[in-house]
Design a protein around this ligand. Structure first.
Ligand code: C2E
Ligand code: CA
Ligand code: CA
Ligand code: CA
Length: 279
């Protein structure tokens, strides 16, 4: 499970170059990477099932290693959350995404929505709303082109506090997605009370759902729940055509997954999907 795996993933030393063995050294290495701007925001396309067009992308943080490899977020987000560095990472991701979003918005015919993952800690502090407000204003980006993704379990830690903050973000025009839907321990009763725009259906219901009937049943139920609540539904982790067709047949609005593309460096994303020539 997510929780018990944390310690182990954090102590997987290979990701930190082999010599940063102690927790303090790992923390120091991450702090340095954050301060020096060594982290990167990669983008994974989100494709509309109605049009087949890329209508958005999710930003996913990457930590490049000195050996040319990449440390995936699962190996340092928990450390970032434990050490308070997550706020800086969120700010960095929001900065990148609003900057690119504004540039692409000015240049492009069809608008795309860029998603940023928020941590539960971002919901607890009171810095995110003013930060988002400032970045949207600075970059002159209409709020609707920013989507903030929050996991179901994060909502449930403090549904009332979360609702107030989401209302403020919504007032800026920003869209809100509930992430990894179906994996938390939530009662459904709060769903219609939260100001949500989008429901991202977790990969565990989507992957191979065309072949596994139990999964298909849950996938379908979640998709119709989302639709019934008037939310946009995105199927995550679509790796093959059969699952993509199923997502369409179940009434999902969009999909995301390796079938279309893995997360890409932003320049590659822009070149491939927005026709931007690299500078
Ligand atoms: P997530 O928000 O659910 O992001 C989707 C994850 O699924 C990404 O993993 C993505 O690379 C992966 N994925 C996408 N399509 C497929 C597919 O078809 N098959 C498979 N097997 N995987 C697929 P990634 O980038 O390793 O991120 C893992 C998690 O780390 C994210 O899950 C999110 O919870 C967290 N994370 C990533 N970036 C950030 C960030 O900037 N801030 C915060 N707070 N969390 C982040
Ligand atoms: Ca996400
Ligand atoms: Ca997700
Ligand atoms: Ca996830």
């Amino acid at each position: 499970g997510k929780r018990t795996g944390r310690r182990n993933t954090v102590t997987t030393v290979s990701a930190y170059g082999g010599n940063a063995r102690e927790p303090l050294e790992r923390e120091g290495a991450l702090r340095k990477a954050v301060r020096q701007g060594a982290l990167e925001a990669w983008l994974q396309p989100v494709v509309s099932l109605a049009s087949g067009q890329v209508t958005g992308a999710e930003a996913l943080v990457r930590w490049p290693r000195t050996d040319g490899g990449i440390t995936p977020p699962g190996e340092f987000i928990p450390l970032a959350e434990a050490t308070g560095l997550i706020g800086d990472i969120t700010a960095f991701m929001l900065e990148r995404v609003t900057d690119w979003g504004a540039r692409w918005h000015r240049r492009r015919h069809a608008p795309i929505t860029l998603g940023v993952n928020l941590s539960g800690l971002d919901l607890q502090g009171d810095g995110v709303v003013p930060l988002v407000r400032r970045l949207l204003a600075e970059h002159r980006l209409p709020g609707q082109f920013l989507m903030l993704e929050i996991t179901e379990s994060r909502f449930m830690q403090d549904p009332h506090g979360a609702r107030d903050m989401l209302e403020e973000l919504r007032a800026l025009g920003v869209r809100i997605a509930i992430d990894d839907f179906g994996t938390g321990y939530s009662s459904l009763s709060y769903l219609h009370r939260l100001p949500l725009d989008c429901l991202k259906i977790d990969r565990s219901f989507v992957h191979q759902a065309s072949r596994v009937s139990g999964r298909r049943t849950l996938f379908g139920a979640i998709a119709s729940l989302g639709r019934g609540l008037g939310l946009t539904t995105v199927a995550e982790g679509v790796e093959n055509l059969a699952d993509a067709r199923l997502a369409r047949d179940l009434g999902c609005d969009a999909l995301q997954g390796y079938l279309v593309s893995p997360p890409l460096p932003a320049a590659t994303f822009a070149e491939r999907y927005l026709g931007d020539t690299p500078v």
